[in-house]
Every structure is written in C-alpha cells, then in structure tokens.
Design a protein around this ligand. Structure first.
Ligand code: FES
Length: 170
C-alpha cells in the first residue's frame, strides 16, 4: 500500500494517494475547480490542455493545471486566489469569444456554459469569430480540434498554433 501525501487546499489538510491529482482530491472533497478538457467520466485523460483548472501553489512562480498536477508532501494549494481566478476567467473569456451567444448555442446547458455562468463570464473583450477567418486547408490540424472522450486521444485545440490555422481578416 502506497503512503498517503499530506497537503493543503485553501488552508485545509487533505490526504492523497500518490497517483491522485489536485483536481481529483478537490472533487472528492466537494471543492469546485472548473474543468473542460478533463472530466472524471470514463474515457477522459487528463492532459492539461485547456487551462480551465489552474490553481496557485505556494512558492511556485507559475500557476498549475490541477487536473494533471499531483500534490507533494506539504504542498499548499489555493484554488480561489485572485491570480488563479483571473487566469481561469481569462480562459473562459477567450473561449466565449469564439462561441455563439449562449441562447443561440446548440447546447446552452453544456459544461462550458454552466462553468461560464458560475464564473460570471458571459461576454468577452476579445475579437469574435466574425473578425477572423478559419483557413480550412489544414485539415489535420482543424480536425484534431474536435474533442471526443478517448483514452488514446486528447483535445489538442489548445495546442493549435493559431498562426497555422487562423488568419486575421484586415
Ligand atoms: S481541465 Fe485541466 S487543463 Fe483542462
């Protein structure tokens, strides 16, 4: 039997198995952390692509994707620090910019819209799709933007280099 790791989330002590992520422990303890590309349902692999689940870890310069980050002994994680909240909101705001309005969305009750609402992100400061043109000649890249639950593939939408498949219309 593996030894448990003791660490803190928002100042409370938790025990984790070494293979569990910060997100897993938070979920088990009813601490909400937004998530999009990872889900606990079967078939989703945590890859840390969307950055919707960022948290702050004491002593670390950069935020961490909680779905892929494993706690270490004595780690202090903050879910709702202003910095982590701002980062997650930015991710949703960027994604909102590419969506039709919620009431015109094919699935207004999607996980994306539910999290957006919870976070108070309903609009975006960023250019919408009307101002960009998708170059569909890169089929290999654009087809990989479709997310399907799988154990062998992951959402590469966030890995797409925008200069390769999106060009600005002047
Ligand atoms: S849910 Fe963690 S990076 Fe997407």
């Amino acid at each position: 039997m593996s030894e448990k790791i003791k660490f803190k989330i928002d100042g409370k002590d938790f025990l984790a198995d070494p293979q569990e992520s910060i997100w897993d422990i938070a979920k088990k303890n009813e601490i909400d952390i937004p998530h999009l590309c990872y889900s606990p349902e079967p078939g989703y692999r945590a890859d840390g692509n969307c950055r919707a689940c960022m948290v702050e870890i004491k002593g670390e310069r950069t935020l961490a994707a909680s779905c892929i980050r494993k706690p270490t002994e004595g780690m202090e994680v903050t879910v709702n620090s202003p910095r982590a909240e701002k980062s997650r909101s930015m991710v949703f705001e960027l994604l909102v910019s590419d969506q039709p309005e919620k009431d015109k969305s094919p699935d207004p009750d999607s996980k994306f819209w539910n999290w957006s609402e919870k976070m108070g992100v309903s609009s975006s400061r960023f250019p919408s799709k009307e101002k960009i043109e998708i170059d569909r000649s890169h089929k290999a890249v654009t087809s990989s933007c479709q997310r399907t639950p799988s154990t062998t593939t992951s959402c590469s939408a966030m890995n797409v280099k925008s200069s390769r498949c999106i060009k600005t219309v002047l």
